[in-house]
Design a protein around this ligand. Structure first.
Ligand code: FPP
Length: 248
């Protein structure tokens, strides 16, 4: 028996090409984009948030069900406090300015990672945006906040161990599906395409389990220069690839 996620089906409006159900992006290169223009790093992040807006729109138009954006990793706390504050401010601004539009367009917001570390005020704002959009079904925007894949896997292991300890789970019943259900991504479709911008070729602790069968695409474009055309080119590259899931 093969266990292959039923993913990347041709969408009615895709001309028959396989459209990934779930695209995740490591949005890299904001700092270099700003530096090349003699601007502060914060200007690069602001332009990056604008790119996120464009890419979300293009992904929705192409029929992508879920877009996951790596906005803040659990390693980003190593950055200077001023930059961390800039990123928090940008997230606050993004949610304030985008929430109505997201909701009107039928987009459900999900968070992966532990956003409680951003403090009660921002945390409340994020929770409000998540609950307000929870019933939307057209598309999902998942934002990774204070996210790290290894911590996510450790938490999942602890969660399963607690169920075993309380007698609610037989260790013999632990399988891939059980682990999947214990991850932050449990309500998201299987990951089909993972893109990293700015020429870096690393996963940087992002969706390590989920990327097992995803197509990986590393592009030179710096994130603030990535827009609808670049996303459509990435989707075309995905459609041209042959996915075999270990088969022939
Ligand atoms: C990596 O560029 C980017 C980040 C650490 C932050 C990503 C955040 C945004 C694009 C803005 C917020 C987005 C949303 C959806 C609210 P870098 O600073 O590491 O760039 P560098 O490698 O060129 O220095």
């Amino acid at each position: 028996m093969t266990v292959v996620p039923a993913s990347a089906e041709p969408r009615p409006d895709s001309g028959g090409a396989a459209v990934p159900r779930h695209v995740a992006i490591i949005m890299d290169g904001n700092g270099r984009w700003a530096k090349a223009r003699g601007l502060p790093r914060a200007a690069g992040h602001k332009a990056g948030a604008e790119a996120a807006r464009k890419v979300l729109r293009a992904a929705g138009e192409a029929g992508v069900e879920c877009l996951t954006l790596y906005a803040f990793s659990s390693e980003n706390w190593r950055r200077p406090e001023t930059e961390i504050n800039d990123l928090k401010g940008l997230l606050r601004f993004y949610i304030q300015s985008e929430l109505d539009a997201l909701h009107k367009e039928g987009i459900r917001l999900k968070i992966i990672g532990d956003h409680s570390a951003f403090g009660p005020e921002l945390c409340k704002m994020v929770d409000h945006a998540v609950s307000r959009t929870a019933a939307n079904t057209r598309m999902t925007l998942a934002i990774a906040l204070n996210y790290g894949s290894r911590v996510e896997l450790v938490n999942a292991a602890r969660n399963l161990a607690e169920k075993v300890a309380s007698g609610d789970l037989d260790p013999a019943d632990i399988d891939e599906a059980k682990l999947d259900e214990a991850l932050d991504t449990r309500e998201l479709p299987p990951l089909d395409l993972l893109i990293r911008t700015s020429g870096e070729c690393r996963l940087s602790n992002f969706l390590l389990w989920q990327a097992a069968y995803a197509e990986l695409l590393f592009v030179e474009t710096l994130w603030p220069d990535f827009g609808g055309n670049e996303l459509r080119a990435a989707l075309a590259e995905f459609a041209a690839r042959e996915r075999r899931y270990g088969g022939l």
